[in-house]
Design a protein around this ligand. Structure first.
Ligand code: NAP
Length: 464
């Protein structure tokens, strides 16, 4: 039976609605005080631009909202100063042949100033404000009142947006909350796959894999299977007995599985970690798709690591796959990690391409200034208990043409990526890696080539 599903109202919609209502409420007294004969800023002030500012400042996290808020503030400053400066032309502005080119020039100057300040997020306000100041029928001294009123409104909207974002909960549900909607057709012939981990309840793999399986019309089902730490051998026996076609492994099983495989692919051997196991002909075949998934993600983003100097932050499991693949691709990598001994251990696996370093801000700044690609493989910035970078000033010295990649995909834009984007860097989050490594796993399970670009599009809609 076909079900009519009610669309969910997300936190972004709720926050926007609250901000808009607050904007109107704040300006009710201005409306009540309005007297035609008084005119002036008080009489001109209204809620419209406060609402616009509220809407465009409501980003997914408070940190992102603050960053964008600062940009908008700069935009208001630039747009306000330029807009009011044009009013000095006085009655000449009443002539549309003068007003139009002046407005064009002011907008170009605003955009140029914002880009000069490395704040692309400021451009919108730098153009909107002069436009609303100039494109009105208002003339004479009232023009100044009108302009100041617009600026005041926009500032009020900005602070309402920041306040609403700080008070109401974050936009994205924490991982594990809100069960994904999984509907798969299961027949007697359906082959079983799963992801094992401890914990594993938060894993997106069942949603991703079942979505792809359904879209490709494959006769598989993908489950979520908790397996306690240290129990991989027992699980392998169970999986074989139950006729599983294969499984993925996440923390903490990737290393333990290496010694239990009958066959290992080159990457699993290189990384000392297995994330994909195929059970075929009574044998367990171990693969690792993280490294290849990462290189494919760089390729998707148009980033070629060959011959580049790369700064990798972190030296955990994900960093290992990233660094060793970057080394294979001919990059020169410096691995900065809080625990330097772990970075040294990792770099010893390919010393001609990898060099360990510390995680203090002086080291990060020194290395960032020299690099052509930055990859964050730490958990800093991850939703939940990921922690946060204490100092982002290494981004100030990062060359502008260096892309910034973060392996984290929740939130979709970490503070690192947000700041890098604001500064004009090309950025990419961990969603590409998440999908690419999953596609490669499914190719191993099913022995079928899969169109990764189509899957990425499909999954972006499903998970977005
Ligand atoms: P991991 O093995 O636990 O490594 C965590 C790394 O973060 C270590 O280098 C650790 O440094 C560093 N770190 C943690 N807290 C820190 C702090 N307060 N200050 C400085 N450094 C800190 O984890 P992983 O498996 O490598 O995963 C790392 C990140 O990549 C996670 O956020 C994960 O979600 C993401 N990831 C994404 C995908 C994807 O598909 N997109 C795949 C794998 C991983 P120490 O060595 O000093 O502890």
């Amino acid at each position: 039976m076909k079900q009519n599903r009610v669309p969910r109202i997300g936190m972004r919609v709720i926050k926007t609605a609250v901000a808009v209502v607050l904007s109107y409420l704040v300006f009710v007294p201005f409306g009540l005080l309005y007297r035609e004969e008084l005119g002036g800023v008080l009489g001109q002030a209204g809620p419209l631009y406060a609402c616009i500012a509220s809407i465009i400042c409501l980003q997914s996290t408070v940190d992102q909202s603050v960053q964008l808020g600062i940009s908008r503030l700069i935009g208001i400053g630039v747009g306000g100063v330029l807009g009011i400066a044009t009013l000095l032309l006085g009655p000449a502005l009443d002539n549309p042949w003068i007003k139009a080119p002046v407005l064009g020039l002011v907008c170009v100057a605003g955009l140029w100033l914002c880009l000069l300040l490395k704040r692309p997020g400021a451009c919108v306000m730098a153009c909107i404000l002069p436009c609303v100041i100039l494109i009105t029928g208002v003339t004479g001294v009232t023009r100044y009142h009108y302009a100041v009123a617009r600026i005041v409104e926009t500032l009020v909207g900005l602070f309402i947006a920041l306040g609403v974002n700080a008070v109401l909960p974050d936009l994205r549900p924490e991982p594990g909350k809100g069960a994904p909607d999984l509907r798969v057709e299961v027949k007697n012939s359906t082959k079983k796959l799963c992801v094992i981990g401890d914990p594993v309840g938060h894993s997106k793999s069942p949603l991703i894999q079942n979505t792809m399986i359904a879209a490709l019309g494959l006769d598989y089902v993908y489950l979520c299977q908790p397996v306690p730490r240290g129990s991989c051998r027992q699980w392998l026996d169970c999986a074989r007995f139950a006729g599983y076609a294969g499984f993925n492994a996440t923390m903490p099983h990737k290393e333990e599985l290496v010694g239990l495989m009958d066959e290992l692919d080159e990457d699993a051997r290189l990384f000392g970690a297995v994330n994909t196991v195929c059970l075929r002909d009574g044998k367990a075949w171990g693969y690792n798709t993280d490294g290849a998934g990462f290189l494919r993600t760089l390729d998707d983003e148009g980033i070629s690591p060959a011959g580049k100097r790369v700064l990798v932050l972190g030296a955990g499991g994900a960093a290992k796959a990233v660094c060793l693949k970057l080394a294979q691709a001919g990059a020169d990598v410096v691995v900065c990690n809080r625990t330097v001994s772990k970075a040294a251990e990792l770099c010893a696996l390919a010393p001609e391409h990898l060099r360990p370093a510390g995680f203090d801000i002086d080291t990060l700044r020194r290395e960032a200034a020299e690099c052509q690609l930055l990859v964050n493989c730490t958990s800093l910035g991850m939703a939940g208990a990921g922690g946060q970078f204490r100092d982002f000033s290494f981004l100030d010295v990062l060359p502008l043409n260096a892309p910034v990649v973060d392996l984290i995909y929740a939130p979709a834009e970490t503070e690192l990526l947000c700041r890098a984007r604001e500064k004009g860097h090309h950025t990419a989050n961990g969603f590409g890696l998440l999908v690419n490594q999953a596609v490669l796993s499914l190719e191993h399970f099913t022995d079928t080539p899969i169109d990764a670009a189509a899957m990425k599009k499909l999954l972006a809609e499903k998970l977005g």
